[in-house]
Design a binder for this molecule. Sequence first.
Ligand code: 13P
Length: 345
Amino acid sequence: MSLKEIIKTAKTLVADDKGLLAIDESTVTCNKRFAESGIPQTEEFRRTYREMIITTPDLGKCISGIILYDETIRQKKKDGTLFVKAITDAGIIPGIKVDIGAKDMAGHRREKITEGLDGLRDRLREYFQMGARFAKWRAVITIGNGIPSRGCIEANAQALARYAALCQEAGLVPIVEPEVLMNGEHTMEQCFEVTEEVLRTVFNQLYIQRVTLEGMILKPNMVLPGLTCPKQESVEAVADVTVECLLRAVPAAVPGIAFLSGGQSGELASARLNAMNVRFKSLLPWALAFSFARAIQQPALEIWHGEEANVSAAQQALYHRASCNRVARRGGYTSLMEKTQNDNM
Ligand code: 13P
């Protein structure tokens, strides 16, 4: 796969008003979400749930790429069609999460380092043969008393850059995800400072590891106050500081930025993405898109509840969230879209 094709795939992933849908929860995370909703935690329920999502009618109108997990990329629909084929047939590009999780970092209390570089070249080759055309690796940065440390930021940035270089060698577009977590009492200003430092370090490492910026997507957090910070901020304030931070730290050669949702409600994630596009879209060098998991899936998961009879209603809820984000990319989202949906349910 030539670099030209990698760059084309990266552009396609953030083209027009579409975005990514992450359904790459590890088995442990997926089971945790199932347990919270009272759904049995078995491989067959996880398969059925993912089949429900990927067969949502017209999903390809809003979603350019779906991120799968190792278990999921090997699974099939009930009728025997591989998920990867079903996704590709729907006009959506299949992707794969390739990190093996954020583990406690030695010598760095309360901090994490993402693992998965050993043997990655071979795994990427296999995923490419299976039909994946992009990959994802998530690093986790926590804000707290005395953290993040320089050691944690640098180690995670280097791992992201080594992963990205291996992806491009294998013909896959790397989605580079350094997530500054929302958990904590920190202010929006503190999140800004940490996010800027993390992004500058990540792009420095991407340069050192010779990653072609035109052939990657950045998946960052929005700049937000911590979940338990007493001072919460308006949608407009979040939009302004997030774009200010990204303009400082993300080179113009990157084709697109696809935000994670990180635990925001679906409505807030759409409103904030919308505000950024309303206020800045025509001034920015990169596309501002989405790569949400919870902010697209959550209502559908609750409606589905593990029951066949709920599949159609759950798919409608999933499509609704995906289309709200599609409209947010154009700057046309309003809370009225939520009302119409509620009236239809
Ligand atoms: P959330 O949108 O739920 O944060 O998940 C995005 C993701 O893919 C995390 O790696």
